[in-house]
Design a protein around this ligand. Sequence first.
Ligand code: BMA
Length: 314
Amino acid sequence: MSDPELFERHPSNPILTARDWPYTVNAVFNPAVAHLDGETLLLARVEDRSGISHLCVARSRDGVSHWVVEPERRLLPDLASEAERYGIEDPRVTICGDEHMIVYTGYSNVGPLVRLASTRDFREFERHGTVMPPEDKDAALFPRRFPQAGDRWALIHRPVSTLPRPGAQIWLSWSPDLHHWGDHTVLLPAREGGWWDAHRVGLCTPPLETERGWLILYHGVRVTTAGSIYRVGIALLDLERPDRVLARSDEWVLGPEAPYERAGDVPQVVFPCGWLLGDDGDTLRVYYGAADTSICLATASLRTLLDWLERHSS
Ligand code: BMA
């Protein structure tokens, strides 16, 4: 008997497309998500018709419908800086104290790099510069310091490497001040051969603290003769030492299946950058980009995911 699907796609998918934008854009995708003042807030990646991406805020009471998209581009790339020369992409939001810390990709003149900004209200943003040099992306912060690791902050990110073959692995780095980073270590390597995550892996959603460990979604890329397929797996990290992997799913848990995931500017892509845990402590709402074209929503039960991972971990 086959396992039931762990994620349920919302029947209204895609919940947001370029047609919902108050100004002319090409595509909206890969949003970060936050819960603010009783509303679900998406910080969406918006690619305009120059090909350059910026970030824009959309708000909804129920997180599904009646989205109010801000009429202005909220966080624009600093085109005068080399670090954001070709745009800003794929934000992930983590609450650290009173601040929402936003880790995003700066598309620099020498490739993608990891940038940090913060905001309290998603109206005013403060930039904190580049935290990882190119080529690096798919990064997010943990929401607290780790006493058992020298009371430091931790960042998951995804530098590109050339050995054992060209690809990219997920790394974890430590910092005393969110500014200086060190003790870099490989967290999740890409697998090999025919595996679904054999070519590249990268973090999807920011780490979520659960009783059993930090849960993350990560994407795995398989390169085929027809192009790349982006799918999503899960992993669990030790609560006090998140550089220790407790479990990693042997199968993907979400992959391109629906027409809006299989066709678009970049076909065969599901790419979550944010999730919210419901008041029931169990219902996860995962927001993801579909085919680099639209924004979609899928839900899952946290308990079911954790139980499934115990039985499907390699
Ligand atoms: C990744 C990122 C994402 C994108 C994905 C699929 O490398 O650039 O922004 O959604 O590729 O194109």
